[in-house]
Design a protein around this ligand. Structure first.
Ligand code: KG4
Ligand code: ZN
Length: 366
């Protein structure tokens, strides 16, 4: 069994995966994912209107040991059965990453099992595998990773072979949804609230800028935030009118979706991937899914989006990345050993630190 831990932001998440089953070709997710628990801190951060890093880290300290014990108990897996531990090393909030890393190191040290210290963005991409076997991404893959913290388009030609095709210059796509929602005084977290309103609004009522439409290598959403702020000050009390709010939400959503889908579909034309993969919290957005699904279909490209549970931060995706790492034995930045049973050795060196910034295209330079 492999234990996976994710604490890079405001979700404490733990998963248990059956290594043998996960390495069997065509295995279904429910066969190898033994446990998958996520404890969200949304309520804790709600009154501040955003994640407070120090509070998030303290909450992980309290939650993680309880969550691990509970997950093992409920899944009937003993600590002796664990053959490896996978953990998020970065990118993310430093204090939050440290909690997960220190816990995982202690566990690896005490059990003399390998520690896999993994990249969170790469984990998001591997969430694409948590679908029915026939729906899984086929290489080469173009992945749009869009969350509250990141917006990037990644071309993957093989495992651990990534090229960042486009990334954000300023705000992430989820952050753009959240900031616009805050300006509109919508409940936290803003993205889902805004998307709900947008479903009944007129996207043509307000014209918001589609960030750096000309530059294929960048996303930019800060201009949108400014434009929304200016529009709200311009219309005064009218912003309280429910239809105005709905139309404004629809217009904001349409500008973000257009920016993301324009660049993604243009990159599809250029790179001709076999699969277009959509992951990260913003993958919940229906208009974005629709635009990409239709655009991919028009180009004869397979479209893949995992269930929402695995689009947002979770430990199952980190676990699956751990499995792939062991399977390929390609990992130069973690410390599993090949001395015993092919992969389990007692010479676990634990001198890896967290990497709050850790670009996907620089996996091996640390
Ligand atoms: O991946 P995630 O759970 O956390 C991060 O690692 O950031 O992504 C959360 C982000 C938030 O910004 C949230 O507002 C956004 O995803 N989000 C949405 C929707 N659901 C969540 N944005 C637009 N439409 C949605 N339906
Ligand atoms: Zn994430």
């Amino acid at each position: 069994m492999l234990l996976a831990i994710e604490t890079s932001c405001d979700e404490t998440a733990v998963a248990v995966l059956d290594l043998d089953k996960a390495m069997t070709a065509g295995a279904r997710t429910e066969d190898f994912l033994i446990a998958d628990v996520i404890s969200s801190q949304v309520e804790l951060h709600e009154k501040y209107g955003g994640v407070v890093p120090e509070l998030a880290a303290r909450e992980h300290v309290l939650n993680l040991p309880i969550l691990v014990r509970q997950t093992l108990n409920e899944s009937g897996v003993s600590i002796e059965q664990l053959r490896a531990v996978a953990v998020t090393r970065g990118p993310g909030l430093k204090g939050c990453l440290l909690v997960g890393m220190c816990f995982a190191k202690a566990l690896a040290f005490s059990r003399e099992i390998p520690l896999l210290a993994l990249n969170h963005m790469e984990g998001h991409i591997f969430a694409g595998e948590l679908v029915e076997p026939e729906e899984r991404p086929e290489l080469p893959v173009l992945a749009l990773v869009v969350s509250g913290g990141h917006s990037m388009l990644v071309h993957m030609t093989d495992f651990r072979n990534y090229r960042i095709v486009a990334k954000t210059r300023d705000d992430a796509a989820g952050e753009a949804f959240d900031k616009a929602a805050t300006l509109m005084d919508l409940p936290y977290p803003g993205g889902p609230s805004l998307a709900r309103l947008a479903a009944e609004g007129d996207p043509l009522r307000y014209r918001f800028p589609v960030g750096v439409a000309q530059d294929p290598e960048s996303f930019s959403f800060s201009g949108l935030k400014t434009a929304v702020g200016r529009t709200i000050s311009g219309i005064g009390d009218e912003v309280k009118d429910p239809q105005v709010l709905r139309d404004m939400a629809a217009s904001v959503e349409s500008a973000i979706v257009e920016a993301l889908s324009l660049k993604t579909l243009a990159a599809c034309k250029m790179f001709r991937p076999r699969t277009l993969l959509l992951v990260g919290g913003v993958a919940a957005n229906r208009s974005l899914r629709k635009a990409l699904m239709e655009g991919a279909a028009a180009q004869g490209i397979k479209f893949c989006v995992p269930p929402q549970r695995w689009c947002t931060d979770n430990a199952a995706m980190m676990g699956l990345l751990g499995v792939k790492t062991i399977e390929r034995r390609l990992d130069s930045y973690s410390n599993w050993s090949t001395k015993q049973n092919g992969l389990l050795g007692p010479d676990v060196s634990l001198d890896v630190g967290v990497l709050p910034r850790w670009p996907l295209d620089k996996l091996f330079v640390q």
